[in-house]
Design a protein around this ligand. Structure first.
Ligand code: FAD
Length: 482
């Protein structure tokens, strides 16, 4: 092996000699993958096909000792470092150019304590891992709506899912965490131990260290729930947004509903050929309670118009959680997702939404409106760092496309959509749908608002030199000096 070219935290290229790399490799319980190794070209990929980075080293961690060794190695060689949970970050934060990737995906153990109603989840698990284990006991904790997304990034950034209006976000139900910090120590964060760190982990991103274990509160639900998934003609979009506003305002907390519009792509599974290429307007909603009651309460969404197609019905919770998986293939497609917190949906907003939604350049894209209800708003500033509870709706135009030649048009569509909706903004955006974080610190400050200063002080306490910088990054600030 030749010397290994690496990139430092200051962006300088330098190298590590073979002896140093081999010595590090021999200490690991998991694998070290280097450029030229057979699995390298597969292992370096993340979910978003736009991201094409070549890390110098990928550590497939077997356990928390590997995490500690990797953090210590990266720090002592001033190596740029990325932490990968599920690899689904849209901005590609789970990898880096010329640095060390701490890949947690092999650490996916999930243990349920049905009596105490909590679940312990290793740092690289996906929501599929969690739902499978918790549902064996008829229990749930709120995750996202696509099951191969990582628990790590989704929780640390917030976590909107099908149960949010009843049970809150994923980060709201984080009871405790074990964290490997920048100095290579493992610490616990809970309400009684390092509570300020727990506050930061509830929405403050991957800034404070590598979470090797999450503990979440559990609730009884399932094995079956009622899900509405109905496709209506797109010419009703403006009217549908107004209807959605009225419906969601009156709906009980058990209902977490989402409106999305798009085009049924050629060959879409489960759709008849005569619907291919047709624009649609869809409602997706889950009732977190008795399925029979759910069917009645969600019926107005299905009856809004004569549906093109109605997939609604009672399903297993595990099926509900994975029903969208196939729509978001890894590596193959290019993605740019960005969001805006909305105050409300006045009629004017419905018109602007309908106009911009109809202009999507790719058949694979959608324009999403998430209702943010009482389950999310119930938690105050003291509970955690997540900010966005002031929103009544979250707008997320998702550009999903196939060819590099179409990058510009798709990214421009998302940006102009968000610009047009700014008059209805409630301030900030959801950081897990933050484009490529191109606005840098200004975006972070706007997203966290008056939580930013507190987060910067926690960052200073646990990572004063910003070792964990490839994330929704908060600059460490000594609170005594600010
Ligand atoms: P990764 O790319 O692995 O990591 C992203 C960031 O999280 C990195 O900065 C990393 O430092 C940090 N991180 C990850 N794990 C750890 C850890 N254990 N310790 C410390 N830091 C860690 N969001 C929602 O809220 N609701 C949804 O329903 C939803 N659906 C999605 C569906 C798809 C198909 C995709 C691609 C994304 C979706 N998202 C959703 C957004 C999602 O929350 C973010 O993309 C999130 O970053 C994914 O987490 P990950 O662990 O897979 O990402």
């Amino acid at each position: 092996m030749d010397n290994l070219l690496i990139i430092t935290n200051e962006g300088k290229q330098t190298s590590l000699d073979e002896k140093t790399v081999s010595a590090f490799k021999s200490t690991l319980n998991g694998n070290l993958i280097l450029p030229g190794d057979e699995p390298y070209n597969q292992e370096r990929l993340v979910w978003n096909g736009m991201i094409d980075k070549r890390p110098a080293m990928i550590v497939n961690c077997a356990d928390e000792r590997d995490v500690i060794k990797s953090v210590n190695f990266a720090r002592s060689h001033n190596l740029v470092m990325a932490v990968r949970g599920g690899g689904h970050n849209v901005a590609g934060l789970g990898t880096c150019e010329g640095g060390l990737v701490i890949n947690l995906s092999g650490m996916n153990e999930v243990t349920v304590d049905p009596e105490q109603r909590f679940v312990s989840v290793s740092g690289g698990a996906t929501w599929a891992d969690v739902d499978r284990e918790t549902q064996a006991f008829g229990l749930v904790t709120p995750g996202g709506v696509v099951s191969d997304t990582g628990v790590g990034g989704l929780t640390l950034g917030g976590g909107y899912g099908h149960l949010r209006n009843k049970y809150g976000l994923s980060c709201d139900n984080l009871l405790a965490a074990e964290v490997v910090t920048a100095d290579g120590n493992k610490i616990r964060a809970s309400e009684s131990t390092n509570p300020e760190l727990l506050w930061g982990l509830r929405g403050g991103g991957g800034n404070f260290g590598v979470v090797t274990r999450f503990e979440f509160r559990l609730f009884p639900l399932g094995p079956e729930v009622y899900m509405c998934l109905v496709f209506h003609p797109a010419d009703q979009t403006e009217k549908a947004v107004r209807f959605f506003r009225q419906y969601t305002q009156d709906a009980p907390d058990e209902v977490s509903a989402l409106l999305f519009s798009g085009i049924i792509p050629e060959g879409a599974e489960g759709f008849p050929a005569d619907l291919f290429n047709q624009p649609f307007l869809a409602f997706m909603a889950v009732y977190a309670g008795d399925p029979e009651k759910g069917e009645l309460i969600l019926e107005p969404l299905r009856k809004f118009d004569e549906p093109l197609l109605d997939f609604s019905g009672t399903r297993s919770y595990v099926n509900v959680q994975s029903i969208l998986d196939e729509d978001y293939p890894s590596h193959k497609m290019r993605y740019y997702w960005k969001s805006l917190n909305l105050q409300d949906l006045p009629d004017k907003a419905a018109a602007v939404f309908a106009e911009h939604a109809s202009r999507q350049p790719s058949d694979y894209s959608t324009s999403d409106l998430w209702h943010v209800g009482r389950g999310v708003k119930r938690y105050g500033s003291e509970h955690g760092a997540f900010n966005g509870r002031q929103a009544d709706y979250l707008l997320n135009p998702e550009a999903n496309w196939l060819n590099e030649a179409d990058d510009r048009a798709n990214i421009a569509w998302v940006r102009s959509f968000l610009d047009a909706m700014k008059p209805f903004s409630a301030g900030g955006l959801y950081l897990n749908f933050a484009g490529f974080q191109e606005e840098g610190e200004a975006m972070m400050k706007s997203a966290y608002s008056n939580h930013y200063k507190r987060l910067a002080a926690i960052k200073h306490q646990y990572d004063p030199h910003n070792l964990f910088r490839l994330n929704q990054n908060i600059k460490p600030t000594d609170s005594r000096k600010s």
